[in-house]
Design a protein around this ligand. Structure first.
Ligand SMILES: O=C(O)C(=O)Cc1ccccc1
Length: 270
């Protein structure tokens, strides 16, 4: 089983990948979008990508990318995120702080208070930041303690995220839709006619009237014009469940621009 993810070694994505599947062969990509597309391209059997964080919010590019990905979402993994600041053991004064935009966004307060004059630079991943900090003594990286170990860096501070409770949810993209388990979630993307009052209300009404619980709604720009959006919606249930199946059927009659991204078992609570 080949599992694609954001690299290099030592990312939070690797932590999530190991939680999802202990024995997979990990295939690292330079950015998450490449990992998201890798199943469609036949490079891997599954991919794992971050979709949202409890402090910093959605990973926009992955939402947008899911519109083109043909392979279904087959699972989700939630992991706690504890951010560390790390630098070479012989680090000089820290002039530059590096991390993935999600890492920087989760530690804004810490950076502002402790390194108000540092230059902030975003990198492809937290492990990529650690790898750079290994080369330059004036740089520090924000990432997980595993990457400090991996790149022989000293942890200068631990648990520096703005909120102690900090969780990231990852999606697994795979080849085949898993069978219903009774504890599932379905992810959808929809583009609605914005010039009609009540379009979203009516759309969501198909769930509400059937007693289907919505667990998430996210809007993303359609990229067509300003003020035009797509909605990413998660609801409880599997698309092959009777009631949700009926709701989806009714919705497909309402709009041709509905994509079922996948149905998958709800992640274990963390
Ligand atoms: O860069 C990483 O380590 C990732 O896997 C992306 C990410 C970054 C910060 C928090 C969660 C996921």
């Amino acid at each position: 089983m080949r599992l694609g993810l954001l690299g290099p070694e030592g990312t939070f994505s690797e932590m999530a990948a190991k939680k999802w599947r202990k024995d997979a062969e990990l295939v690292f990509f330079d950015d998450m979008e490449l990992a998201a597309m890798a199943v469609d391209e036949g490079r891997v059997d599954e991919s794992i990508v971050a979709i949202e964080n409890s402090v910093e919010g959605p990973v926009g590019v992955i939402h947008d990318r899911l519109l083109d990905v043909k392979s279904p979402i087959v699972g989700e993994v939630v992991i706690p995120i504890r951010q560390c600041l790390m630098a070479r053991p012989d680090a000089s004064e820290i002039k530059v702080i590096l991390s993935h935009p999600q890492g920087l966004g989760q530690c804004r307060k810490y950076i502002r208070e402790h390194y108000p004059n540092a230059e902030i630079r975003s990198t492809g991943s937290t492990a990529h930041a650690a790898r750079l900090a290994q080369e330059f003594p004036e740089m520090a990286a924000i990432g997980c303690s595993a990457s400090a170990e991996k790149y022989h860096l000293k942890v200068l501070a631990e648990g520096i995220q703005d909120r102690t409770a900090n969780y990231t949810r990852f999606l697994v993209i795979g080849k085949n839709l898993p069978a219903p388990t009774g504890q599932d979630k379905t992810s959808l993307a929809v583009y609605l006619d914005r010039d009609r009052p009540g379009a979203l209300y009516e759309f969501l009404g198909e769930f509400a009237t059937r007693g289907i619980n919505m667990t998430r709604i996210e809007s993303r720009p359609s990229k067509l014009t300003l003020g035009d959006y797509r909605f990413f919606i998660d609801v409880e249930g599997h698309c092959q469940d009777k009631v949700l199946g009926e709701a989806l059927h009714a919705l497909k009659d309402r709009t041709s621009k509905l994509k079922v991204l996948g149905s998958y078992p709800v992640a274990d609570k963390v």
